[in-house]
Design a protein around this ligand. Sequence first.
Ligand SMILES: Nc1ncnc2c1ncn2[C@@H]1O[C@H](COP(=O)(O)OP(=O)(O)OP(=O)(O)O)[C@@H](O)[C@H]1O
Length: 558
Amino acid sequence: MPTLAASQLLLVGESFPFQKLSHVSRTAWLHRSIRFLSKVERDHGPLTLTNLGFKSEFEATDKNNTQKPKQMSSPVEFPNRKRNAVGSKGIKAVGTKKLLGIESAPFSAKSFSELGLPPPLIERLATEGFAVPTDVQSTAIPTILKNHDVVIQSYTGSGKTLAYLVPILSEVGPLGKKPSDDSSKSVKKMEIEAVIVAPSRELGMQIVREFEKILGPINKKVVQQLVGGANRSRQEEALKKNKPAIIVGTPGRIAEISAAGKLHTHGCRFLVLDEVDELLSFNFREDMHRILEHVGRRSGADPHAPKSLLAQRAERQTIMVSATVPFSVIRAARSWGRDPFLVQAKKVIPLESVLPSGPVNLTEPTSSSSSNSNLQAQATVESLPPSLKHYYCVTKLQHKVDTLRRCVHALDAKSVIAFMNHTKQLKDAVFKLEARGMNAAELHGDLGKLGRSTILKKFKNGEVRVLVTNELSARGLDVAECDLVVNLDLPTDSIHYAHRAGRTGRLGRKGTVVTMCEEPEVFVVKKLQKQLGIPIPACEFKESQLVVTEESKNPVVR
Ligand SMILES: Nc1ncnc2c1ncn2[C@@H]1O[C@H](COP(=O)(O)OP(=O)(O)OP(=O)(O)O)[C@@H](O)[C@H]1O
């Protein structure tokens, strides 16, 4: 990391006489700083509290003082939200690190109890084995607790689910700060207080299980799933009977039940869009439009208000989450967010200071003639767990499944996800693997809900060694044991590569990603390597060994 000039440090350092400036000068100073910081970030890598001369307030969060922001302290405590971006103390870990460096990362809180959470919630977290928050959790939880809208971006498997689940449970339900136990509040209980939207049933069900785990067996009914493929009238009955405070579902089913007038979300306080870049894609456009218009819009709101409700500032808190955040998401979040922040593992940045070429450098013109219309969404190294190893292997189409089998043996992989692009091919691949004595199963959207969950269960408990699947399983799926991801077909772009790859190496575990391609496709791998800023060396499988045949010439960016 290049050192900054002393004059530059003075501009952002502790000794700058910020308090003495008039409001106008402060604003001008802040705008200059934001521009300056964005440039430094671009030119010299991520900003940290150390290189800016700040000390992190997160080191010792005062539980009783969470409402009273201190001047120039933690970036999430700014009373003037136009202040500059401030990063964390400490520089991002270089190279492979076990267990995310949870214990050694100076910005991370040492325990959930440092984050101003209610004691019953901390107890439940401890009971379920969650003692130390990950980096992104220690950054996101205090930010959300301060009522900011946020976009949470952090690599796959870094714990983004708990990063929003914990602050929600801190406010909603029996573990929260204000459990609604008296009769006047029981009327309010009719209302849904948090809506979590996920793009697939599997992910929706996984999030529900995470909520149930923390809520504990006696409070399970506080959360309800509304995913497609399940019986809708049963879901509606359960809503009526259990009056859940939190619902988790897929866009189609939530929109459907909402349109039927059976879901009361106008008073909702939290709206979470998990895998937000996928949810804002064309496929979900209509359902997401309905959700964004209805959730958290109080019925008392001005009926003559603007044509586009989306343009109106919502009363709800909107939390958007993904490992890959294209600039289109930043733009959308700005338009409907309330002073939104971008939250990364060790940084909190006002969204207004994020530029297309800024910290989430995922959209770049592909040529000098590029205009806004052909900005291309890309994933960066920040989307990928640092512990992953990436390789590619050239093989003929007809030999791919056999190469997969040799790859599994060479790496002695116990739990493998193999991605293909077309549903029709999955069955054939499974047949070939099984014929060679390897337990395999296919998972795709054409299977019923029950079939899908049975196969997933078998994969998780080790009955199935190789899960052959398509894009359905690329996002969010959390199988801790998965130690190998194989791309039998090339992913369509770096975003798809990042999400597929992220099914292994969860929470600091080791993981390997092997991409198989034919000779004429090698240039695509080279392009992915460049876009992602990771080395992807060529390999072969010889005598039950993975042999690297050509080292990657690309520098490691991390
Ligand atoms: N603080 C923690 N301590 C221990 N385990 C944790 C902690 N936070 C999360 N986990 C576990 O880490 C795993 C990965 O978390 P999660 O699925 O939320 O990752 P993610 O960042 O959302 O990944 P993706 O981008 O792929 O959706 C889960 O099994 C989760 O239970």
